[in-house]
Design a binder for this molecule. Structure first.
Ligand SMILES: *[C@@H]1O[C@H](CO)[C@@H](O)[C@H](O)[C@H]1NC(C)=O
Ligand SMILES: *[C@@H]1O[C@H](CO)[C@@H](O)[C@H](O)[C@H]1NC(C)=O
Ligand SMILES: *[C@@H]1O[C@H](CO)[C@@H](O)[C@H](O)[C@H]1NC(C)=O
Ligand SMILES: *[C@@H]1O[C@H](CO)[C@@H](O)[C@H](O)[C@H]1NC(C)=O
Length: 413
């Protein structure tokens, strides 16, 4: 990190105009949540089921899939889909952009320590989820996961209809199976927009606020507010945008939280705001989902910027996963490094999810070591992308995890 400050100053001027680009890349994120609580039949007995089964499948359900390691397996058959899958955003298509290790990325296999993570079987998945709607609700990292699932399924079932149900940014129905997967784009889950001081004054004005972002903690973003009655399986995330000072600058454009249309006074920090938003949005979901719905919250996706943050010339040029020691160096909260937000966000998520019907899709641990799996400079971007993931790549494994949790839940009900 010796060169960090240097680079930082050097680059920051020339990049100020690229903030919006940056923000785009921030979108991504997120988190997943494993799905323990799926209840095809009843909403009232969520997690408990996991522990009561006696058959071996159910006992697998108690396995902590997030506890494991990556094993290099050069014999791995080719990736589960190719670079020609049209939904792969150019900046994530590491094979097409000739990223030097693009083919190596998928040769690492996640091995949980106490069980196996089955390989995704797309045909079986389609058959199992006939007449089902699956929604990914969150930032661009949830989109990254959504695209992985789309490409995986498209390869075995080519007849799809593209459309936009219930506020979705995009959705695809696999016609032969009447299975729809949708991506609903939202950065904070809650609705937000620009705020500026009113000449007539108000409580925020009297406290000296001039500009900022109004975040309505009790109002879901319009992109997903209507989605809950549509989907059978939902995967939520939020996180990166809460740590995006280039947009929500604490001094120049702070987040200003509102509830029931009124500003929260005294104003609260984004930390506290995140807790409130998670709580309100989760209740909103619980009150409105279908009785049989399965809901996941995905944990935070780690970034791997080295030598500075994304707007400070930070890069990610590693060709191998990080060792456990390096992982700690990168992410421990104590070190307060560039990418520290991953574990901070998770602390908020764990707190919010505890005791709720959401299942946690814990992708953080498996992803923390994969500094090699980001697009980096692939795709000709101005800044290195050390936040999103190459496709094919590790969000494929996130979907393996989703599937394992779904199977565990569906077996029980
Ligand atoms: C990647 O390599 C192929 C084959 O050498 C070449 O045709 C293609 O233009 C390259 N793509 C990029 C984005 O550089
Ligand atoms: C569950 O356990 C059975 C028997 O121990 C094993 O064959 C199977 O692979 C396990 N499944 C998972 C998902 O680990
Ligand atoms: C497709 O699935 C939806 C439920 O997701 C159902 O309402 C609809 O009737 C199904 N359509 C057909 C043609 O079976
Ligand atoms: C962590 O680092 C950031 C920027 O490098 C700094 O602004 C912040 O005050 C630090 N936080 C702690 C708790 O040390």
């Amino acid at each position: 990190m010796a060169g960090k400050d240097h680079r930082h100053h050097h680059h920051s001027k020339k990049h100020t105009s690229n903030i919006s680009f940056l923000l785009l890349s921030l979108l991504c994120l997120a988190s997943l949540v494993a799905v323990f609580s799926l209840f095809k039949t009843s909403f009232s007995t969520p997690r408990r089921h996991r522990h009561t089964g006696t058959d071996h499948k159910a006992s697998n359900a108690t396995c902590d899939y997030s506890d494991g390691r990556w094993i290099y397996d050069p014999t791995v058959r080719s990736a589960r889909y190719g670079s020609t899958c049209k939904e792969i955003y150019k900046g994530w298509n590491c094979m097409a952009s000739n990223k030097s290790n693009a083919l190596e990325i998928v040769k690492w296999r996640w091995q949980p320590n106490h069980c196996d993570l089955p390989q995704f079987d797309p045909l079986h998945f389609l058959q199992q989820h006939r007449d089902t709607n699956i929604g990914f609700i969150g930032d661009s990292l949830n989109r990254n996961m959504f695209v992985s699932l789309f490409c995986t399924l498209k390869r075995v079932s080519g007849e799809v209809r593209k459309w936009r149900p219930a506020g979705a940014d995009r959705a695809f129905t696999f016609l032969q199976y009447n299975l729809t997967i949708a991506y609903h784009r939202t950065n904070l889950l809650a609705r937000y927009g620009r705020w500026s001081a009113n000449r007539n004054g108000g409580v925020l004005e009297s406290l000296g606020y001039k500009e900022g972002y109004r975040v309505d903690v009790d109002l879901p973003d319009g992109t997903w507010a209507e989605a809950l009655s549509f989907h059978d399986i939902l995967i939520f995330n939020t996180g990166h945008w809460w740590w995006a000072p280039s947009k929500f600058d604490p001094a120049k454009s702070p987040m200003l939280f509102f509830e029931k249309g009124q500003p929260l006074v005294p104003p609260v920090s984004p930390d506290v705001g995140l807790d409130i938003v998670l709580k309100r949005m989760m209740s909103y979901v619980e009150e409105r989902i279908r009785p049989s719905a399965i809901i996941f919250f995905r944990t935070q996706s780690p970034r791997h910027f080295e030598g500075g943050d994304w707007d400070q010339g930070g890069s990610c040029q590693r060709l191998q996963p990080l060792s456990p020691e390096m992982v700690e160096e990168f992410f421990s909260v104590k070190n307060n490094g560039t990418n520290v937000e991953v574990r901070l966000v998770n602390q908020h998520l764990y707190k919010a999810i505890k005791g709720s019907p959401f299942s946690l899709l814990d992708i953080t641990r498996m992803s923390e070591s994969r500094a090699d799996a980001h697009p980096s400079t692939a795709g000709g971007k101005k800044h290195d992308d050390c936040m999103h993931w190459c496709l094919p790549g590790i969000t494929d494994t996130w979907n393996d995890l989703l599937l394992a949790h779904l199977n565990d839940i569906e077996v029980r009900t």
